[in-house]
Design a protein around this ligand. Structure first.
Ligand code: PXP
Length: 261
């Protein structure tokens, strides 16, 4: 199981002051030493954290493969083709959202997704699609001949949080008044959906990653799905690094992966 560490929020902290520290470039060596397998960054259309200069320096200097999350916006795809990361993961993007909410609907956006895939592949960039655990989406991903999909674990993470803490961070607190029994059932259903989606994708010959909202507590259920071969984790690792340092925070996540996978 590979661990991709999303370092966007190092740049989020820098942007709080709009100066030059902390510099996300400084994370690269630490990530490698701590056992991460990949660096993940998201060049958002509004450049709220990682900017073009960061992306360029990270891709030029990284010892680890760089996975770039990006929208299907044509201008962004042009930029990614010039930057030439190891892989591009196509994600949905709304300017007003706090973070990526829901997977990319590749049925609704088929033509734009197809164009983006063709462009990226012709520039020798591997392509992954960040989609919900939905059979129709996975079959479409297969038709589009992508190398990889990343299953959106946001709903799973929100349900886990609602069940295991008093915090409910979903956009409109949809789980707030749900009975614990119902929450438990919903959580089990979502895990089953993720498992079945991963099995289907693997049977179709597609590599399967997962990510969004994963943390040191909720990762274990996901590690039991053996068809998933990569996790991309950002917020939780960067949040922990404030207290224990980035190296320890990455290492602790990697240790859980090695123990349970
Ligand atoms: N994978 C994808 C495709 C994402 O968009 C994100 C969020 O940027 C992540 C993984 C990481 O999510 P988190 O920061 O919640 O760990």
């Amino acid at each position: 199981m590979k661990l991709g560490v999303n370092i966007d929020h190092i740049a989020t902290l820098r942007e709080a002051r709009k100066i030059n520290e902390p510099d996300p470039l400084m994370a690269l060596n630490i990530l490698k030493e701590a056992g991460a397998d990949q660096v993940t960054i998201h060049l958002r259309e509004d450049r709220r954290h990682i900017n073009d200069f960061d992306a360029n320096r990270i891709i030029e200097s990284s010892f680890l493969p760089v996975n770039m999350e990006c929208s299907i916006n044509e201008e962004i795809i042009e930029i990614i083709c010039k930057l030439k990361p190891h892989r591009a993961t196509l994600v949905p993007e709304k300017r007003e959202e706090v973070t990526t909410e829901g997977g990319l609907d590749i049925l609704k956006n088929e033509k734009r997704v197809k164009n983006a895939i063709e462009k990226l592949k012709s520039n020798d960039i591997e392509v992954s699609l960040f989609i919900d655990p939905d059979f129709k989406q996975i079959k479409k991903a297969n038709n589009l001949k992508v190398d990889m999909i990343e299953l959106h674990t946001g709903k799973y993470s929100n349900l886990f949080l609602a069940l295991n803490s008093n915090i409910n961070h979903t956009p409109n607190q949809i789980y707030k008044d749900l009975d614990r029994k119902i929450l438990k059932k919903e959580l089990e259903l979502e895990i089953k959906l993720l498992r079945d989606a991963a099995i289907l994708a693997k049977d179709l010959g597609i590599e399967v990653a997962a990510g969004h909202g994963l943390n040191y507590q909720n990762i274990k259920n996901i590690l039991e799905i053996k068809e998933i071969s990569e996790l991309n984790i950002g917020h939780s690792i960067i949040a922990n690094s404030i207290f224990i340092g980035l190296k320890e925070a990455v290492k602790n996540m990697k240790d859980i992966i090695l123990k349970y996978y």
